[in-house]
Design a protein around this ligand. Structure first.
Ligand code: ASP
Length: 299
């Protein structure tokens, strides 16, 4: 019998995920949710579960995070990530890192060990080195697909595949994390919503925890993750809060995005106004569920 306090939900991005990537997206989300869930069921913390799930997604080349991150107009990766702890409201974030294999782990180390909440670029990489984190050559992050998207800019579909996870452990503690390579063909130095607290993620044990994905330049204007947590904290069920937050984004900015949430009672929810959003989740009944509809092949 699963521990009823625990819940986990992950996403693999919201956007026009093409038919040929649908299966890999859903499989990746399932694997990540299951990995995090095992940690939670063994009595592990929400932060360990979230980190394990996102590390797995960062390593899968189908997602725009870690290996598989989109390239900037200069043809290099610049990755952003955030972690937030709902018990303490502590957070760690990083932006513009080019060689850190797991930006989510760097965000966690920043939260736990740095005297600041956010480190970027070379300073962040130096900190990662001091923490003993794994650094990789630039080529490690590149895939034939991301190079083709870069070379054929405008001729291949604009995709998304930012990854995120929200977890609730046996103590009821909530944690959220998000990791991304950012938008395809972004300008060097561009920072999106992901590392901005309240935009790419937010967590507060008193209300909810959430992770966002989609048009970051619009998401940050409505502080989407904090917005959905406030709606849930005000009493809306998780699924309704997610829907209302996405409606606010659409109404106020015209943007498209997806959001996942676990509220303080452990209820999971998600919403998106993109064609697809890949996600997987396990809540009180212990059943792994996943979705990305419409299914591949449907119009
Ligand atoms: N929100 C991310 C960004 O703007 C991209 C995404 O989620 O697909 O950097």
């Amino acid at each position: 019998m699963p521990n009823n306090n625990c819940a986990i939900i992950v996403h693999g991005g919201a956007g026009d995920i093409p038919d040929q990537q649908v299966a890999d997206h859903v499989d990746g989300c399932r694997l990540a949710a299951a990995a995090g869930w095992r940690i939670l069921q063994d009595g592990g913390s929400a932060i360990d579960a979230m980190e394990a799930a996102i590390q797995m997604l960062e390593d899968l080349p189908v997602f725009d995070a870690g290996r598989g991150s989109y390239l900037t107009t200069d043809g290099i990766v610049e990755m952003d990530a955030i972690v937030m702890d709902g018990a303490t409201l502590q957070m760690g974030a990083t932006a513009g890192v080019q060689h850190v294999r797991h930006p989510i782990t760097l965000a966690r180390r920043i939260m736990e060990r740095a005297p600041h909440n956010m480190l970027i670029s070379a300073g962040a990489e130096n900190f990662a080195r001091e923490c003993g984190l794994e650094l990789c050559a630039a080529e490690w992050f590149e895939t034939p697909y991301t190079r083709a998207v870069w070379q054929e800019y405008g001729r291949l579909p604009m995709l998304t595949g930012t990854v995120g996870c929200v977890a609730r452990d046996a103590t009821g503690a909530l944690v959220a994390g998000t990791s991304t390579g950012g938008s395809d063909h972004k300008l060097p130095g561009r920072v999106g919503d992901v590392p901005l607290v309240g935009s790419g993620a937010y967590a507060d044990n008193r209300s909810a925890a959430a992770s966002a994905t989609g048009d970051g330049d619009k998401i940050m204007r409505v502080v989407l993750s904090k917005t959905v947590c406030d709606l849930a904290g005000g009493g809306l069920p998780a699924a309704a809060a997610a829907k209302a937050a996405i409606a606010t984004l659409a109404e106020r900015t015209g943007g498209t995005a997806g959001i996942i949430i676990i509220d303080r009672s452990g209820r999971t929810g998600f919403a998106h106004n993109t064609r697809r959003m890949s996600r997987a989740w396990i809540d009180a009944d212990g059943t792994l569920q996943a979705g990305i509809e419409p299914a591949a092949g449907s119009t």
